[in-house]
Every structure is written in C-alpha cells, then in structure tokens.
Design a binder for this molecule. Structure first.
Ligand code: 5RP
Length: 230
C-alpha cells in the first residue's frame, strides 16, 4: 500500500474514533501519525460543535503540542484518576486485539495511560493486522545503567536485540532518558510468556507488548469498509 493510501485509511479510522468521544469526558490521547489525524478531527469537532472535554491527558510532547495548538488544555496523568477512554494507534494487532506498540518510542507513557483508562480504542489501517504478533520489532525501554547487560542477555536468549538509533546514528533516548532495544523476533512464539519475562527483567522499564488491554480496534480497510472489532 502506498503512503498516500495508507494516510487516507489512517484518517478514516481516526475520524470515526473522534466521533465516538463523549462530550465532557476524560480522554487519553496516544501518539503517532494516526493519532495526529485523530487530534485534527477532535479540533474540527471543537470548532464546529463547540465540543469540550473535562480533561485530556496524552502520551507524548508531540501530541500535547498538537492538542494545545488547537486550544485544548492538556493535563498530566497524575492530575486525573482515570481516563474514560483512550484512543491510540498501534504498530501491529492480532485477532485477539493484542498489539505491539512503541514504534514512536512513547511506549512507557502509552502503557501507563492505557492501564489507567476505562476503555481503550486503537485506530489502525489494515496493514497493521497480523495473525500472529511479530512482523515489527518489539520495543523494550531499558535503563542506561544496566542496558549493556540487558542487551547481552537478550542476545543469549535468542531475542535478536538491536539498539534503536536516532537520525544522527546515536542511541535513541526516550522521554525518560532511557534507551530502546528493539527485539526482531518474528513471529513472537508465546507473547504472554515473553511479556512475563520482560516484566520480570531488572533494568527493563517497559515493553511494547500490550496484551489483554484493548477493548476495540477501528480498522480502515482499502475496500472502503471501516470495521469496529471488539
Ligand atoms: C508510538 C506508537 C504508535 O501508536 C504506533 O507506532 C503507530 O504509529 P502510526 O499511527 O504512526 O502508524 O505506539 O509509540
């Protein structure tokens, strides 16, 4: 699928999700190019329907800046109890609505906002759908103090680690000053077992396996169908 077509689909899924946000609710807003279309659509609702929200929390400075440029006030996650709904993108989604996220490096805040939300909707184009999770490097955010040990251990475990690099070829640094190791395992044989292993690995801050969290995925298909998968 070419980029222009993919962007059209992302926009369709995003626009559909923006129409599902309830007035005066507490909204979590994710990160990425699909979410950028979602924020634009929210801005349109604000302009056309005088649409307002009680609180908005977001998962990156990019989304925060975009929301603020449209006149939305953005709160910190610690300022709220729970979001009524969080809308986010995803890098890959399987048939059970489990996903890989963190392609944009915002996985730690994304998971924290997600876990503190009553409902989670992901917005994707059809290219993100997979039968088995994999087909996309799995991001693992690690503390700098023990990142070399983590990297070697992942190598020994056969998890095919690669340092994520920035545009200058330096190690990518997250919002929290950590590094990202991408695991090139495809497919991931047992996602829950890998998540459990990473959850119990000292030095791992967070990982991009988002399992049993998502309530609904809005999928824009190239045949024009907008599927709501629950
Ligand atoms: C960022 C993410 C994004 O939601 C994910 O990478 C999808 O991005 P896009 O909508 O640009 O394809 O997890 O950390």
């Amino acid at each position: 699928m070419d980029k222009q077509k993919q962007d059209e689909l992302k926009k369709e899924a995003a626009t559909k999700a923006a129409m599902m946000v309830e007035r005066d609710s507490v909204l979590g807003v994710g990160t990425g190019s699909t979410v950028a279309f979602f924020i634009d659509a929210l801005g349109k609702r604000k302009e056309e329907e005088n649409f307002s929200l009680k609180h908005i929390v977001t998962t990156s400075n990019r989304s925060k800046k975009q929301l603020e440029s449209l006149g939305f006030k953005v709160d910190e996650l610690s300022d709220i109890d729970q979001a009524d709904l969080t809308v986010d993108g995803a890098d890959r989604v399987d048939n059970e609505l489990n996903g890989i996220k963190g392609g944009g490096g915002a996985l730690t805040l994304e998971k924290n906002v997600a876990i503190n939300s009553k409902k989670i909707i992901w917005i994707v184009d059809e290219s993100k759908l997979v039968d088995r999770l994999g087909d996309f490097p799995l991001p693992v955010e690690v503390l700098p103090i023990s990142c070399e040990q983590n990297f070697r251990r992942f190598q020994e475990e056969g998890l095919k680690p690669q340092w994520r690099l920035d545009e200058n070829g330096n190690r990518y640094v997250t919002h929290y000053g950590n590094y990202i190791i991408d695991l090139a395992i495809d497919p991931i044989p047992v996602p829950h077992a890998l998540a459990d292993y990473l959850d119990h690995t000292v030095g791992v801050v967070e990982h991009g396996l988002f399992l049993d969290m998502c309530d609904e995925v809005i999928i824009a298909h190239s045949n024009g169908e907008i599927e709501e998968k629950k």
